[in-house]
Design a protein around this ligand. Sequence first.
Ligand code: ZN
Length: 125
Amino acid sequence: MSPPDRICASCGRAFSWRRAWADRWEEVRYCSKGCRRHRPGPLDRALEAEILALLGQRSRRAVVTPEEVARAVRPGDWSAHTERTRRAARRLVASGAVELLQKGRVVDPSTARGPVQIRRAQEAS
Ligand SMILES: [Zn+2]
C-alpha cells in the first residue's frame, strides 16, 4: 500500500506517492517541478497574512474572495495575483485555518475549480 496523500507546500493541493519518490518520500514537499520552482516567498506569506487579517476583521462566518485579498496586497496589479492568492488560501486550508466555499458549500481545495470564497474554519458547535 502507498503512503497517504500529502499536501503540496506550494499549490496547496493533495498529491499522491509515486514510485519515483520511493527513496525520498519523507522529504518530498512539492507536487511538481513547477511548484518546487514557485515555492512560497514573502509575497505568498503576505497574501496568507492578508486573508487571515481580513477574515479577522469580520464575523466568524463572513467570507473574503481571492480577488479582494489580492487587491488589498497588490492594488496596482492585483488581477495578476488571484491564482497566487488561491494557492495561499489552499495552503491555509491545509493548516486548518480556513475553508473554501462554492455556492455556500465547503469544497475540497484539491479539486475545486472556478471561483471560491474563503472563510475561517468553522469550529463544530
Ligand atoms: Zn503543487
